[in-house]
Ligand binder design. Sequence first.
Ligand code: GLC
Length: 609
Amino acid sequence: MAETTDSSCVYKNPDAPVEARVQDLLSRMTLQEKIGQMTQIERSVASHDVLTDYFIGSVQSGAGSWPFEDAKSSDWADMIDGFQRSALASRLGIPIIYGTDAVHGNNNVYGATIFPHNIGLGATRDADLVKRIGAVTALEVRASGIHWTFAPCVAVLGDPRWGRCYESYGEAAKIVSEMSSIISGLQGKPPEEHPNGYPFLAGRNNLIACAKHFVGDGGTDKGLSEGNTIASYEDLERIHVAPYVNCISQGVCTVMASFSSWNGSRLHSDYYLLTEVLKQKLGFKGFLVSDWDGLETISEPQGSDNRNCVKLGINAGIDMVMVPYKYQQFIEDLTDLVESGEVQMARINDAVERILRVKFVAGLFEYPLTDRSLLPTVGCKEHREVAREAVRKSLVLLKNGKNDDKPFLPLDRTAERILVVGTHADDLGNQCGGWTKTKSGQSGKITLGTTLLDAIKAAVGDKTEVIYEKTPSKETLASCEDFSYAIVALGEPPYAEMRGDNSELTIPLNGNNIVTAVAEKLPTLVILFTGRPTVLEMPVLEKTEALVAAWFPGTEGQGMADVIFGDYDFEGKLPLSWFKRVDQLPLNVDGNFYDPLFPLGYGLNCNSG
Ligand code: GLC
């Protein structure tokens, strides 16, 4: 039962200053209530009893964890509001904050608008567009009842062998910093006068953001996921810390610690970086959340000494722990550590103050439940148009015309017959890439959207025949003279995290052979769907007329047709260096040896050929 319904208590007064509400509520909390706020569990273990018995402060959906498969936004809102009512029934009625990886739209939820992954957004160089993407994403995520997204990833890319390359906006800290504008779109712009530099997230149209993964996740040696970033502090600060300055200046409310290490020191237990740099030097006032089971990365072998990991992680500066299943063990360990004095109450109070501060500025005490009037925004035309614009601006034209021939693009949309082939021409899952529906993503018709093939058919003239074959047949290849030109769509299958770590970086799925077979017979445009640069062997480079990097564009395939048929010109510029050979890696513009196939910033348009 709530302790008091009397609105005289300061923390329940929406007109009281945030810090006064924080201190008033903190003063009323028991140790168990405080530790509960620091505990984040996964939705699959959340129940009324767990939420109330353990005073749980946060619930999250791991990628691919849904109320049920293809659940709609309203189903999500029903589930999350159910959790929230349990939390509100607790003694102090502190609302939960519910988080998920909405990293390119509300990508766990069926029918949501899916935007290009960050590497494509980095190619746009359009901070205003990215901010608008944040604003529309916030509406669709809040429509599903979720309050918090574990985004943006502001990793500065060091090596494309990293399986999370596509989650980065690119290899230049400046580009990444500029694209962090998504935070102002997600959270709303902080009013100048706000005492904490935090945006008062008016109503339920805004979404708490999370800059991740602090720090140096994109700079690990050989691009190994969760690996080791070897750098002087000066280089770490200049390259990897820099984007967090922009994030904090926009009032980012949360930061996630990185699984990686810095010069052998695990980030999750690095007091200097988590507390002295992030919280003291940069002045971050929100809360720092661990990554998934992140405290376990502190011990070797991982998970070998949980109690000590909790001690090291919390004392280093972690405020909320993404447990996400073993919450009893975590709560027991932390309670014991506080009672033994190994974790000071001052550290607990600092963590809980930060968590409460975010919940107050997020308006969760005033608006704990979903605003169902937002449901019509999910996948709406206006949002898909924003995504289509992002697709247009993200495509990078790498080649247009053989030798000194006239430009090949824009394509003739009145051609008599067009051949479209490849694994990525008519596959929405391949078009969206990882972190879509599930963590690794899935090929096939996984949600609502427009494939490249759909878009080509809609763009060409009524008399134009479009023939599609996923793999070109012998008969088709034997009768190529019937076609005006071919479009070959290929690339990487969906992947995420270390499953995407790759030291070869060749075009998979027999891509080069398909290109060769077609390009030897027909004028050919190749569209590459990859999360990063790949090895471009001579057939792709020499035998084709044109080459476009589309990255993982998401659900709005019309954006590709818009530029290849000339309704819009190409604007995209490479957000990273395109290597010639993998033995050149890491290859960065500010590195000592720079001999790329296409340099950072490269990108043609149809007028420039
Ligand atoms: C993952 C990722 C992180 C994500 C978290 C929750 O392992 O490292 O980016 O936000 O777990 O899904």
